[in-house]
Design a protein around this ligand. Structure first.
Ligand SMILES: [Zn+2]
Length: 470
């Protein structure tokens, strides 16, 4: 099913260069510094339930495409929050997916799934209704084997380190149990404070209260709130975290006076804040998080510009992360200026910027990252995590920012078995890009080999501070 030249240039000279470059990096270990796998998989190491619950139900890339064709979430087994019925027969969910596999032609889901089915589960023909049951049985049988438990897969995938994304309110129990176990896998948390930095998140006021209880600080005061973050970040650092992550609606940052911060926070807690004030609060919190990063060294990731839960109907019935987050326009140049004015030249600060708005790559992000020492460009993200999306990213950023203001690849996945497929695609696309550079005599081939290794392995390791881990 998988062609060995997938994603490589068609022209013979360039293809041969891409093949040689890929040969140099194919077997490098995987560094997974940002993603959404569940730490309980690795602490409990229980077998995965079944093919549909593993490969389909949690994957919002799959669900959204099916829903776009009129198939309800409930038919795909997505649990409802309002008590409405949803499909619980995993074999039926799998069959429905197989019947609709044509929808994914030429999308990255198709490539990831083909790779996963062939390399992880030995299925060598594209999924179609006639083989759905046989494929289901073959995957189920494998999932019962010891070699398909989460820890064994982590090892088989040749993962060197994997970061999960964890709410600042999480007790980190699974991470503690992984660290205390005899298993040598490195699964580390990432500090995600959105629950207490974004007043639009449901339960915000209760979250602030819980945050106070967890940290023993009075989070109803501005000073107490900042001390609570300072402490909680230390808990995460002790559990192995090297980074924070911020999923804000925009990249807005602010630089308010202490008095203005106190007044703004009082309005936020009283729930009398306007939309503008809430945006200002999020912006001030990003600046405060950057200040704390200068102190404690956590790398800061900003993932802005997703209009979360665009459909109130879907949100009400199924909750968040169900395929209804839609990209919107983002401004970085003015939005980041308040933060950069204060901290842009700090040596101990590293901020990785991601975007879903590709129009910002060449105009805003590459020039910013190519000037400010604290800024780096994250890889092509989410809707752009695709062969064409990655190629557009390189084409639009490299001439201004080079390779060394970027940070290597993030698989950013909830679908654990797709991790090798995602890294394989990214490595191949980078080799294709580099092969063209070599063929056009813009780069020597031995330099391209170095860059390919950096993009596949060394940059992520260096940026996220994993150098001491191995
Ligand atoms: Zn993510």
């Amino acid at each position: 099913m998988l062609n060995e030249n997938r994603f490589f240039p068609v022209e013979a000279t360039t293809r041969a260069i891409a093949q040689r470059l890929f040969h140099e990096i194919e077997a490098l270990p995987l560094i997974c510094p940002h993603g959404h796998t569940d730490p309980s998989w690795f602490s409990g190491n229980a077998p995965f339930a079944d093919p549909a619950q593993l490969l389909i139900v949690p994957d919002h890339y799959i669900i959204r495409m099916m829903v776009s064709q009129g198939i309800p979430h409930s038919a795909m087994g997505v649990p409802t929050l309002d008590g409405a019925a949803f499909e619980m027969d995993s074999r039926k969910i799998w069959r429905l997916f197989a019947e609709n596999y044509t929808l994914f032609r030429s999308t990255p889901v198709r490539h990831w799934m083909d790779y996963t089915l062939e390399n992880q589960f030995g299925i060598e023909a594209p999924l179609r209704p006639e083989i759905a049951d046989a494929a289901y049985d073959q995957i189920s049988e494998k999932l019962n084997q010891e070699a398909y438990r989460p820890r064994a897969l982590y090892e088989a995938f040749n993962i060197e380190v994997l970061a999960t994304t964890d709410s600042c309110l999480d007790d980190l129990a699974h991470h503690k149990s992984i660290a205390e176990s005899a298993w040598s896998g490195r699964v580390v948390p990432t500090y995600r404070p959105d629950a207490v930095t974004n007043p639009d998140i449901s339960g915000f006021v209760e979250n602030i209260e819980r945050f106070g209880k967890i940290t023993g600080e009075n989070t109803e005061t501005w000073g107490g709130l900042l001390r609570a973050h300072q402490k909680r970040r230390q808990d995460f650092i002790k559990a192995g975290a090297t980074a924070t992550d911020h999923g804000h609606p925009s990249a807005t940052t602010c630089d308010l006076t202490q008095q203005a911060c106190r007044d703004l926070y009082a309005e936020i807690l009283a729930q009398t804040a306007t939309e503008d004030q809430k945006e200002m609060f999020r912006g001030q919190m990003l600046t405060e998080m950057a200040r704390l990063s200068v102190e404690d060294g956590l790398v800061m990731q900003i993932h802005p510009g997703s209009d979360r839960n665009h459909s109130p109907h879907v949100f009400k019935r199924y909750g968040s992360d169900k395929g209804f987050d839609i990209p919107k326009r983002v401004n970085f140049v003015e939005a980041l200026k308040p933060l950069l004015n204060i901290l842009g030249h700090e040596k101990n600060l590293s901020i990785i910027l991601f975007t879903l708005d590709e129009s910002t790559y060449a105009r805003e992000l590459a020039p910013l990252a190519a000037a400010y020492p604290c800024l780096k460009l994250g890889p092509a993200w989410w809707f752009s995590d695709s062969p064409d999306g990655m190629m557009r990213y390189r084409n639009l950023t490299t001439e201004t920012a080079g390779y060394y203001n970027t940070v290597g690849f993030n698989d950013d996945t909830r679908a654990f078995p797709s991790i090798p497929a995602r890294h394989d695609m990214a490595r191949r696309v980078d080799c294709a890009y580099l092969a063209t550079q070599v063929a056009e005599h813009r780069l020597l081939e031995d330099e391209a080999v170095e860059v390919a290794i950096d993009l596949a392995y060394r940059l992520a390791k260096r940026t996220y501070g994993y150098e001491d881990l191995v």
